[in-house]
Design a binder for this molecule. Structure first.
Ligand code: MF3
Ligand code: CO
Length: 270
Protein backbone atom coordinates (compact mmCIF):
# COMPACT_ATOMS: atom_id res chain seq x y z
CA UNK A 1 0.00 0.00 0.00
CA UNK A 2 1.43 3.35 -1.06
CA UNK A 3 1.64 5.96 1.69
CA UNK A 4 0.07 9.35 0.85
CA UNK A 5 2.80 11.88 0.07
CA UNK A 6 2.48 14.96 2.33
CA UNK A 7 3.09 18.48 0.98
CA UNK A 8 6.07 20.54 2.15
CA UNK A 9 5.45 23.72 4.18
CA UNK A 10 6.12 25.84 1.05
CA UNK A 11 3.68 23.76 -0.99
CA UNK A 12 1.09 24.06 1.77
CA UNK A 13 1.34 27.88 1.63
CA UNK A 14 0.56 27.73 -2.11
CA UNK A 15 -2.37 25.39 -1.49
CA UNK A 16 -3.74 27.80 1.14
CA UNK A 17 -3.53 30.70 -1.31
CA UNK A 18 -5.23 28.74 -4.08
CA UNK A 19 -7.97 27.71 -1.66
CA UNK A 20 -8.57 31.28 -0.49
CA UNK A 21 -8.87 32.49 -4.06
CA UNK A 22 -11.34 29.74 -4.91
CA UNK A 23 -13.45 30.67 -1.87
CA UNK A 24 -13.62 34.25 -3.18
CA UNK A 25 -14.70 33.07 -6.63
CA UNK A 26 -17.47 31.00 -5.04
CA UNK A 27 -18.64 33.97 -2.98
CA UNK A 28 -18.96 36.18 -6.07
CA UNK A 29 -20.35 33.53 -8.41
CA UNK A 30 -22.74 32.18 -5.74
CA UNK A 31 -24.31 35.63 -5.41
CA UNK A 32 -25.42 35.35 -9.04
CA UNK A 33 -27.36 32.09 -8.60
CA UNK A 34 -31.04 32.92 -8.96
CA UNK A 35 -34.17 32.26 -10.95
CA UNK A 36 -33.82 33.45 -14.57
CA UNK A 37 -30.04 33.21 -15.01
CA UNK A 38 -28.39 30.74 -17.35
CA UNK A 39 -25.73 28.28 -16.29
CA UNK A 40 -23.47 29.95 -18.87
CA UNK A 41 -23.84 33.22 -16.96
CA UNK A 42 -22.43 31.52 -13.86
CA UNK A 43 -19.56 30.15 -15.96
CA UNK A 44 -18.74 33.61 -17.35
CA UNK A 45 -18.83 35.21 -13.89
CA UNK A 46 -16.54 32.51 -12.47
CA UNK A 47 -14.13 32.75 -15.41
CA UNK A 48 -13.95 36.54 -15.01
CA UNK A 49 -13.24 36.43 -11.30
CA UNK A 50 -10.61 33.67 -11.67
CA UNK A 51 -8.80 35.71 -14.31
CA UNK A 52 -9.03 38.95 -12.27
CA UNK A 53 -7.43 37.16 -9.29
CA UNK A 54 -4.52 36.00 -11.45
CA UNK A 55 -5.44 32.31 -11.35
CA UNK A 56 -6.46 29.85 -14.07
CA UNK A 57 -9.40 27.43 -14.29
CA UNK A 58 -8.42 23.80 -13.58
CA UNK A 59 -11.27 22.21 -15.55
CA UNK A 60 -11.09 24.15 -18.85
CA UNK A 61 -9.49 21.78 -21.42
CA UNK A 62 -9.05 19.03 -18.79
CA UNK A 63 -9.67 15.96 -20.99
CA UNK A 64 -11.08 18.56 -23.44
CA UNK A 65 -13.72 19.78 -20.96
CA UNK A 66 -15.08 22.96 -22.64
CA UNK A 67 -15.92 25.27 -19.69
CA UNK A 68 -14.56 26.80 -16.48
CA UNK A 69 -17.14 25.29 -14.12
CA UNK A 70 -19.50 22.32 -14.03
CA UNK A 71 -23.18 23.12 -13.46
CA UNK A 72 -25.29 20.06 -12.67
CA UNK A 73 -29.02 20.77 -12.34
CA UNK A 74 -31.52 18.59 -10.41
CA UNK A 75 -30.98 14.94 -11.51
CA UNK A 76 -27.56 15.82 -12.92
CA UNK A 77 -24.91 14.52 -10.52
CA UNK A 78 -21.63 15.98 -11.82
CA UNK A 79 -19.96 17.31 -14.98
CA UNK A 80 -22.99 19.22 -16.32
CA UNK A 81 -21.77 21.64 -19.00
CA UNK A 82 -22.85 25.29 -18.65
CA UNK A 83 -25.05 26.51 -21.50
CA UNK A 84 -28.28 28.32 -22.33
CA UNK A 85 -30.37 26.49 -19.72
CA UNK A 86 -32.27 28.98 -17.55
CA UNK A 87 -32.46 28.18 -13.83
CA UNK A 88 -36.01 28.08 -12.48
CA UNK A 89 -37.42 28.37 -8.97
CA UNK A 90 -37.40 24.93 -7.37
CA UNK A 91 -34.24 23.82 -9.16
CA UNK A 92 -30.98 22.96 -7.47
CA UNK A 93 -27.66 23.57 -9.20
CA UNK A 94 -24.39 21.93 -8.16
CA UNK A 95 -21.49 24.15 -9.12
CA UNK A 96 -18.10 22.42 -9.17
CA UNK A 97 -14.99 24.48 -9.86
CA UNK A 98 -11.24 24.20 -9.61
CA UNK A 99 -8.49 26.76 -10.07
CA UNK A 100 -4.72 26.65 -10.29
CA UNK A 101 -2.57 29.34 -8.70
CA UNK A 102 1.24 29.34 -8.51
CA UNK A 103 1.25 25.69 -9.63
CA UNK A 104 -1.30 24.31 -7.17
CA UNK A 105 -4.96 23.35 -7.56
CA UNK A 106 -7.92 23.98 -5.29
CA UNK A 107 -11.27 22.24 -5.90
CA UNK A 108 -14.72 22.86 -4.39
CA UNK A 109 -18.38 22.22 -5.09
CA UNK A 110 -21.58 23.65 -3.64
CA UNK A 111 -25.19 22.78 -4.43
CA UNK A 112 -27.30 25.95 -4.47
CA UNK A 113 -31.09 26.08 -4.14
CA UNK A 114 -32.76 28.28 -6.77
CA UNK A 115 -35.66 30.19 -5.23
CA UNK A 116 -37.93 28.07 -3.06
CA UNK A 117 -37.29 24.35 -3.21
CA UNK A 118 -39.33 21.46 -1.82
CA UNK A 119 -38.68 20.35 1.79
CA UNK A 120 -37.62 16.93 0.51
CA UNK A 121 -34.89 18.42 -1.68
CA UNK A 122 -33.89 20.93 1.01
CA UNK A 123 -33.30 17.99 3.34
CA UNK A 124 -31.11 16.31 0.68
CA UNK A 125 -28.99 19.47 0.50
CA UNK A 126 -28.76 19.82 4.28
CA UNK A 127 -27.78 16.18 4.77
CA UNK A 128 -25.20 16.23 1.96
CA UNK A 129 -23.67 19.42 3.40
CA UNK A 130 -23.51 17.65 6.79
CA UNK A 131 -21.99 14.54 5.15
CA UNK A 132 -19.13 16.74 3.96
CA UNK A 133 -18.75 18.34 7.41
CA UNK A 134 -18.57 14.92 9.10
CA UNK A 135 -16.25 13.51 6.44
CA UNK A 136 -13.88 16.42 7.05
CA UNK A 137 -14.08 15.89 10.81
CA UNK A 138 -13.09 12.23 10.24
CA UNK A 139 -9.93 13.35 8.40
CA UNK A 140 -7.73 13.57 11.51
CA UNK A 141 -3.98 12.97 11.60
CA UNK A 142 -3.53 9.28 12.45
CA UNK A 143 -6.94 8.34 11.04
CA UNK A 144 -7.20 6.29 7.87
CA UNK A 145 -8.54 7.03 4.41
CA UNK A 146 -11.67 4.89 4.71
CA UNK A 147 -12.73 6.71 7.90
CA UNK A 148 -13.81 9.53 5.55
CA UNK A 149 -16.16 7.32 3.54
CA UNK A 150 -17.42 5.65 6.71
CA UNK A 151 -18.58 9.03 8.02
CA UNK A 152 -20.44 9.82 4.78
CA UNK A 153 -21.93 6.35 4.60
CA UNK A 154 -23.26 6.42 8.16
CA UNK A 155 -25.26 9.64 7.72
CA UNK A 156 -26.42 9.22 4.13
CA UNK A 157 -27.54 5.64 4.71
CA UNK A 158 -29.48 6.64 7.83
CA UNK A 159 -31.53 8.92 5.57
CA UNK A 160 -32.04 6.21 2.96
CA UNK A 161 -30.13 8.16 0.30
CA UNK A 162 -28.02 6.68 -2.50
CA UNK A 163 -24.27 7.35 -2.27
CA UNK A 164 -22.68 7.82 -5.70
CA UNK A 165 -20.05 5.09 -6.15
CA UNK A 166 -18.89 5.78 -9.70
CA UNK A 167 -17.06 9.00 -8.67
CA UNK A 168 -14.87 9.77 -5.66
CA UNK A 169 -12.84 12.46 -3.97
CA UNK A 170 -9.10 12.56 -4.57
CA UNK A 171 -5.70 13.73 -3.50
CA UNK A 172 -4.92 17.22 -4.89
CA UNK A 173 -1.86 19.43 -5.35
CA UNK A 174 0.26 20.09 -8.43
CA UNK A 175 -2.25 17.88 -10.21
CA UNK A 176 -6.04 18.20 -9.91
CA UNK A 177 -6.36 14.48 -9.26
CA UNK A 178 -3.63 12.81 -7.21
CA UNK A 179 -3.36 9.59 -5.24
CA UNK A 180 -5.41 8.42 -3.39
CA UNK A 181 -9.02 8.15 -4.50
CA UNK A 182 -11.29 9.16 -1.63
CA UNK A 183 -14.46 7.02 -1.79
CA UNK A 184 -17.61 8.19 -0.03
CA UNK A 185 -18.24 4.71 1.38
CA UNK A 186 -16.11 1.94 2.84
CA UNK A 187 -14.99 -0.18 -0.11
CA UNK A 188 -16.32 -3.72 0.38
CA UNK A 189 -14.00 -6.68 0.97
CA UNK A 190 -12.69 -8.00 -2.33
CA UNK A 191 -13.10 -4.67 -4.16
CA UNK A 192 -10.13 -3.14 -5.98
CA UNK A 193 -10.13 -0.08 -3.70
CA UNK A 194 -10.11 -2.28 -0.59
CA UNK A 195 -7.20 -4.34 -1.92
CA UNK A 196 -5.22 -1.17 -2.66
CA UNK A 197 -5.26 -0.48 1.03
CA UNK A 198 -6.34 2.03 3.62
CA UNK A 199 -3.43 4.45 4.07
CA UNK A 200 -3.01 6.60 7.14
CA UNK A 201 -3.72 10.34 7.00
CA UNK A 202 -0.70 12.31 8.17
CA UNK A 203 0.00 16.05 8.53
CA UNK A 204 0.66 17.71 5.17
CA UNK A 205 -1.75 15.52 3.20
CA UNK A 206 -4.20 17.47 1.00
CA UNK A 207 -7.45 15.87 -0.15
CA UNK A 208 -10.54 16.94 -2.09
CA UNK A 209 -13.43 15.43 -0.12
CA UNK A 210 -16.67 15.42 -2.10
CA UNK A 211 -19.77 13.43 -1.22
CA UNK A 212 -22.31 13.13 -4.08
CA UNK A 213 -25.64 12.01 -2.61
CA UNK A 214 -28.81 11.02 -4.44
CA UNK A 215 -32.41 11.19 -3.24
CA UNK A 216 -32.99 7.74 -4.79
CA UNK A 217 -30.71 5.15 -6.33
CA UNK A 218 -26.92 5.50 -6.17
CA UNK A 219 -26.72 4.41 -9.81
CA UNK A 220 -25.71 6.88 -12.52
CA UNK A 221 -25.40 7.08 -16.29
CA UNK A 222 -23.65 9.50 -18.65
CA UNK A 223 -25.59 11.47 -21.29
CA UNK A 224 -24.73 11.46 -25.01
CA UNK A 225 -22.71 14.69 -24.56
CA UNK A 226 -20.17 12.28 -22.96
CA UNK A 227 -19.91 14.51 -19.85
CA UNK A 228 -23.17 15.03 -17.99
CA UNK A 229 -23.66 12.35 -15.32
CA UNK A 230 -27.29 11.87 -14.21
CA UNK A 231 -29.02 9.66 -11.68
CA UNK A 232 -30.36 6.42 -13.18
CA UNK A 233 -33.84 7.10 -11.73
CA UNK A 234 -34.02 10.82 -12.55
CA UNK A 235 -34.27 11.87 -8.88
CA UNK A 236 -32.20 14.86 -7.67
CA UNK A 237 -28.58 14.73 -6.53
CA UNK A 238 -26.45 17.01 -4.32
CA UNK A 239 -22.68 17.60 -4.22
CA UNK A 240 -20.57 19.45 -1.67
CA UNK A 241 -16.77 19.49 -1.86
CA UNK A 242 -13.84 21.12 -0.06
CA UNK A 243 -10.09 20.93 -0.43
CA UNK A 244 -8.76 19.96 3.00
CA UNK A 245 -5.29 19.93 4.59
CA UNK A 246 -4.51 17.48 7.39
CA UNK A 247 -2.58 19.33 10.10
CA UNK A 248 -1.20 18.13 13.44
CA UNK A 249 -4.21 19.84 15.06
CA UNK A 250 -6.80 18.32 12.73
CA UNK A 251 -8.35 19.04 9.34
CA UNK A 252 -8.06 22.56 7.90
CA UNK A 253 -10.55 23.54 5.18
CA UNK A 254 -8.68 25.48 2.48
CA UNK A 255 -11.67 26.49 0.32
CA UNK A 256 -13.76 28.75 2.56
CA UNK A 257 -17.16 28.08 4.04
CA UNK A 258 -20.19 26.41 2.53
CA UNK A 259 -23.05 28.92 2.48
CA UNK A 260 -25.76 28.37 5.08
CA UNK A 261 -28.96 26.81 3.77
CA UNK A 262 -31.68 29.17 4.86
CA UNK A 263 -35.00 28.04 6.33
CA UNK A 264 -36.44 30.71 4.04
CA UNK A 265 -35.71 28.66 0.92
CA UNK A 266 -38.16 25.99 2.10
CA UNK A 267 -41.33 25.72 0.11
CA UNK A 268 -44.39 25.91 2.37
CA UNK A 269 -45.79 22.38 2.68
CA UNK A 270 -49.21 21.97 1.03
N1 MF3 B 1 -15.07 18.21 -10.50
C1 MF3 B 1 -14.29 17.06 -10.64
C2 MF3 B 1 -13.63 16.80 -9.34
O1 MF3 B 1 -14.06 17.36 -8.36
C3 MF3 B 1 -13.40 17.23 -11.79
C4 MF3 B 1 -14.11 17.76 -12.98
S1 MF3 B 1 -13.14 17.52 -14.33
C5 MF3 B 1 -13.95 18.24 -15.60
O2 MF3 B 1 -12.71 16.07 -9.20
F1 MF3 B 1 -13.30 17.93 -16.64
F2 MF3 B 1 -15.21 17.84 -15.65
F3 MF3 B 1 -13.98 19.50 -15.44
CO1 CO C 1 -12.83 17.15 -6.92
Amino acid sequence: MAPIQPKTPAEIECMREAGELLARVFDEMGGEVCEGVTTDHLDRVAAGVIRRLGAKPSFLNYHKYPKTICTSVNEEVVHGIPGSRVLEAGDIVSVDMGLIYRGFHADRATTFPVGRISPEIMQLLQVTRECLARAIRAAQPGSRLFDIGAAVEELATAHGYGIVRDYSGHGIGRKLHEYPQVPNFVPPKGSKAREEGNPRLIPGVTLAIEPMINLGTHRTRTLSDKWTVVTADGLPSAHFEHTVLITEDGPEILTGEQPALKELELDTPA
